[in-house]
Design a binder for this molecule. Structure first.
Ligand SMILES: C[S@@+](CC[C@H](N)C(=O)[O-])C[C@H]1O[C@@H](n2cnc3c(N)ncnc32)[C@H](O)[C@@H]1O
Length: 220
């Protein structure tokens, strides 16, 4: 009886060991074939994302015009940046801004390969997007929950980085989907404190909430 239990325990230990070993080998193999930024992009843009993300409907909702400037805060692998680039024409500009210099390099290389001259990358600071000029749209997807003092962040965006008539669009995961998320009520409360009004309340994405905010004229 004791022998049988000891043998089962040994077998469980081997199974766990082999499982961890297989995981380590899979990660090492992935790193051999793909760069770390490519792996990060695969994590940010998992297969099937287009289905739940509805990128065309999201971009249509912004109704971007030719020649407009748009910032994509926390642009990652450029999932939305490249889609914006197709809408704003040669005179427009997408500022793909991220704190991760490697992701910026990946985006810039892709932009060059695709012949997109209206995409520029910006190395953001944790508390500042560091845009070289104000924009018509300040967009951010799946990044809001990463920001620290969001009221101060967006108060700065309002004062420094929005053109007259400029707006902010925020997409973040719903808390019931993942812990990497922000509740709609929290976003609205913080953006109101930062001097914005909610002017677009889009709850048609299956996994995320999508809000559009306009500077509140009473706050000037
Ligand atoms: C989950 S990814 C989202 C990428 C992309 N927006 C998308 O929808 O696929 C979050 C990105 O935000 C960036 N990030 C985190 N904190 C940031 C900050 N304070 N300012 C700018 N980017 C930030 C990360 O480096 C990462 O690329």
């Amino acid at each position: 009886m004791q022998d049988e239990q000891a043998s089962k325990a040994t077998s469980r230990r081997w199974t766990r060991f082999l499982g961890i070993g297989a995981g380590v080998i899979a990660i090492a193999a992935a790193l051999l074939f793909f760069s770390l930024p490519e792996l990060k992009r695969a994590m940010y843009e998992p297969g099937g994302r287009d289905g739940w993300q509805q990128p065309v409907r999201v971009v249509d909702t912004l109704a971007l015009a030719q020649g407009q400037r748009i910032a994509d805060l926390g642009s990652g692998g450029g999932y939305f940046s490249f889609r914006f680039a197709g809408r704003i024409g040669e005179r427009g500009v997408v500022y793909a801004t991220d704190v991760d210099a490697d992701m910026n390099e990946l985006v810039m290389n892709d932009a060059t390969e695709r012949g997109l001259r209206n995409v520029a990358t910006v190395l953001a600071a944790l508390d500042d997007p560091r845009l070289p000029e104000p924009v018509d749209w300040f967009f951010t997807s799946n990044t809001y929950h990463h920001l620290d003092d969001r009221v101060a962040y967006f108060a700065r965006v309002r004062e420094k980085y929005l053109l007259p008539g400029g707006r902010v669009a925020i997409i973040d995961f719903k808390p019931e989907i993942t812990k990497h998320s922000t509740d709609r009520g929290v976003i609205v409360e913080e953006m109101t404190a930062a001097g914005f009004e909610l002017t677009g309340d889009h709850d048609w994405l299956e996994r995320q909430w999508f809000g559009v905010f306009t500077p509140n004229p009473a706050e000037r």
